[in-house]
Design a protein around this ligand. Structure first.
Ligand SMILES: Nc1ncnc2c1ncn2[C@@H]1O[C@H](COP(=O)(O)OP(=O)(O)OP(=O)(O)O)[C@@H](O)[C@H]1O
Ligand SMILES: [Mg+2]
Length: 448
């Protein structure tokens, strides 16, 4: 049974050919109607919605071209394939201009007919697919511009809703490019203090010596170059949100001062004796494993507990394959519009390739690939050809059965599984259904 139960109408006045075509379509597993004239065809279409019309060009009464126009007027979504005996490609081309999807020149064999029908239906399936994706995008699965339909992202959206109106400190963890900054902004701008300031600070980019002054401000004369009083980011964020990005990169000294500021809700500008109260919600983010850093003594445990009152863990893209098509369509829409390209669909083999890739750079990498591909694509469908070759070559390809030996096939399979687990042999052996020592033995054998 086919995945989509397409309905097809055959319009052919030659009784034998009509029967033959109906038989082939039936065998392909689709529902089929048949008509011998254009007039009968139009009546049928109005009664039974069809997806594809295959029509002869020369018909008694209204001819194929008139039928084509009438069908497209009735429903532009119905696809049409024209059959013509009048061997000139010109007639066929003029039909294509009127909106036919493809044509077949008589005489043809049934294999050729099947290929053309299959190709056209694939195109139809793709259109349906993309329309559904677009519909999903419009409705449920977004908070702001954060796209995701996977279980992991649905949990993230729930947490955003729970914390957005509170003053709770939130820690966002996740690999590079998973959308930590996007989530921080969503929490602030969807919350009831959205009109108050949102102040992002990249802790990794600030010199450790200047960090205290950046965070808490300084008074005139506090140090050389402090020519006037200056407010720090805590004060600048008063009433709103302070986003401490790359929090895992700050030194021990600052960790302590920060802890005090968060615990007491008070700051002390550099060079000042006075403490000031501040009302700021803190959101911190890092791509480092803070728990690990605490264990290794690199991050203060008390600060860690202060920060992770609520933790949002953004799953890496390779663990939410369900989101890839949604994200790819979202970025295609954005960059096609930005670059004024008429690309409105993504070829299914591009999506298949993307679902096999490991995505070390996560959503940022996917966004960059689509942006680049949009520039290179010449047609209306984003195709494999427009993807960067580095990406194409890093996707593990399936071994060709007829050439590869069993040894080569299992080697390729194991390598593919290992790649999907990021080299984690324990996880890989679980997926492969063998124990770890067996996996080590096999890997050793491959090396020799
Ligand atoms: N779920 C998503 N939906 C739409 N766009 C996303 C999503 N996740 C990430 N992006 C986009 O990917 C890019 C990277 O996201 P962001 O800067 O938030 O990542 P990050 O986790 O802060 O990365 P880094 O650790 O490298 O700073 C941005 O352009 C962002 O808009
Ligand atoms: Mg970031």
């Amino acid at each position: 049974m086919n995945a989509i139960p397409f309905k097809i109408l055959i319009v052919e006045d030659d009784i034998n050919l009509n029967r033959g075509l109906v038989h082939v379509i039936n065998k392909m597993g689709y529902q089929v109607y048949s008509a011998k004239t254009g007039e009968h065809a139009l009546k049928l279409i109005k009664k039974h919605p069809v997806d594809l019309v295959v029509s002869d060009f020369k018909l008694p009464g209204i001819d194929g071209k008139q039928l084509l126009k009438a069908v497209k007027r009735f429903d532009p979504g119905i696809m049409v394939i024209m059959i013509t005996a009048y061997g000139t490609v010109d007639t066929a081309v003029s039909a294509m201009k009127e909106g036919a999807e493809d044509y077949i020149l008589k005489p043809f064999d049934m294999e050729e007919f099947k290929i053309v029908v299959k190709k056209t239906l694939e195109k139809k399936a793709l259109l349906l697919d993309n329309t559904q994706l677009k519909r999903q995008l419009k409705h449920k699965y977004t908070v702001d511009r954060i796209i995701g339909n996977s279980h992991g992202m649905t949990e993230v959206f729930k947490t955003i809703h729970h914390v957005k109106d509170s003053r709770t400190t939130v820690l966002i963890q996740g690999e590079t490019g998973t959308g930590k900054e996007l989530v921080a902004r969503a929490i602030h701008f969807n919350g009831d203090r959205a009109a108050k300031p949102y102040v992002p600070v990249n802790c990794a980019a600030i010199n450790e010596n200047l960090m205290s002054s950046e965070l808490f401000g300084h008074v005139k004369g506090a140090f050389t170059g402090a020519v006037s009083d200056k407010k720090g980011v805590f004060e600048a964020a008063e009433g709103g949100t302070l986003f401490l990005d790359e929090i895992g990169d700050i030194g021990k000294g600052l960790q302590q001062t920060l802890l005090r500021a968060i615990e007491n809700g008070e700051i002390q500008p550099v060079g000042s004796f006075k403490r000031k109260k501040v009302q700021v919600r803190i959101i911190a983010a890092t791509n480092k494993n803070l728990e690990d850093m605490v264990e290794k003594g690199m991050f203060r445990q008390d600060l860690y507990y202060r920060l992770n009152v609520v933790t949002i863990s953004l799953p890496p893209l390779r663990e939410r394959m369900d989101d890839i098509a949604l994200l790819a369509c979202h970025f295609l829409k954005r960059y096609a519009a930005l670059n004024k390209k008429p690309i409105d669909r993504i070829s299914p083999d591009v999506l298949t390739l993307m679902e096999k890739y490991n995505w070390p750079g996560n959503v940022r990498e996917l966004e960059n690939i689509i942006e680049r591909a949009t520039l290179f694509e010449e047609s209306t469908v984003l195709s494999i050809e427009s993807l960067p070759s580095i990406f194409k070559h890093s996707v593990p390809r399936r071994p060709q059965r007829n050439i590869d030996s069993l040894h080569q096939m299992s080697k390729a399979h194991i390598e593919q599984v290992l790649e999907s687990t990021g080299g984690n042999k324990t996880k890989a052996s679980r997926i492969l259904g063998i124990n770890r020592s067996t996996l080590y033995r096999i890997l050793k054998r491959f090396k020799n």
